[in-house]
Design a protein around this ligand. Structure first.
Ligand code: ATP
Length: 241
């Protein structure tokens, strides 16, 4: 890696009470990349994202974003810095309309004209959300709710998005559609991404680089294409025998 990293994590440790969920994680994300974090249930992927986005404070270690130490910062300060977390399970506001949900994503901003432009941009990427903009978000399908969660994240105009299992509970066709949009957002809007996934196949298809977590630690990392060819990954994460 030659250019300085947009995000650099060193020796991070995070706990739930006495349970150590992240056990000394170090990783780097280059600007413009999609970096996937793979691993089984309970490996610590969600905890890693929560610690980056300020939802949890680490016990030890550092998180540098654009060269600035941000570990332990409040979640809204992290959003203002340009990091947006799209949580597992989407966490949209079901009784608000689609458009109200999207506007909530811009809560840290006051540049009203730009917010309107970004709303149109989200509608370009997700035309179904424009069609349904006056509908209560709780009435959307699972795939549409995932689109809304990503759209709401975009409304903060992030430099980096933390996507937690966007494929969860979706049909293969919808997963394909959503991952194609994630890839376009990365290329066309220069949004850097950390993509947490259990679905290694789709994640390695769109990612540039990948890390594998087990029991709170990084156990493997490398170029996404190389990881997809590794025997261990094929056996444990891609279902090959
Ligand atoms: P998943 O795909 O299920 O979200 P994950 O890789 O994201 O898995 P985490 O949710 O980060 O894993 O969990 C890491 C470890 O921390 C697990 O051992 C889990 O049981 C534990 N853990 C997660 N959330 C809590 C919590 N709120 N309280 C106590 N322990 C937790």
């Amino acid at each position: 890696m030659h250019s300085p990293s947009l995000l650099k994590i060193d020796n991070l440790e995070s706990f739930y009470g006495p349970i150590m969920a992240i056990r000394g994680v170090s990783l780097q994300v280059q600007e413009g990349q999609i970096v996937t974090v793979l691993g089984a249930n309970g490996a610590g992927k969600t905890t890693l994202l929560k610690t980056i986005s300020g939802v949890m404070d680490p016990e030890k270690g550092t998180v540098h974003f654009n060269g600035k130490a941000i570990e332990g910062s409040a979640p809204d300060a992290v959003v203002r810095d340009g990091i947006v977390h799209v949580p597992e399970g989407r966490e949209i506001f079901p009784i608000l309309t689609v458009e109200e949900n999207l506007r909530m994503g811009a809560y840290t901003r006051s540049d009203h004209a730009e917010i309107e432009k970004d709303l149109e941009l989200v509608y370009q990427y997700f035309p179904i959300l424009k069609e349904r903009r006056q509908q209560e978000a709780g009435t959307l399908s699972g795939g549409q709710q995932q689109m809304l969660a990503i759209g709401r994240g975009l409304m903060a105009r992030p430099k980096i998005m933390l996507l937690d299992e966007p494929s969860l509970g979706l049909s293969p066709l919808l997963v394909k559609e959503i991952f194609a949009i994630i890839s376009r957002l990365n290329r066309e809007q220069n949004v850097t991404m950390i993509l947490v996934e259990q679905n290694a196949k789709v994640a390695l298809d769109v990612a540039h680089y990948g890390y594998v977590m087990e029991l709170g630690r990084i156990v493997m990392s490398g170029d996404a294409k190389k990881l997809a060819q590794s025997k261990d990954i094929q056996e444990f994460y891609l279902g090959a025998h």
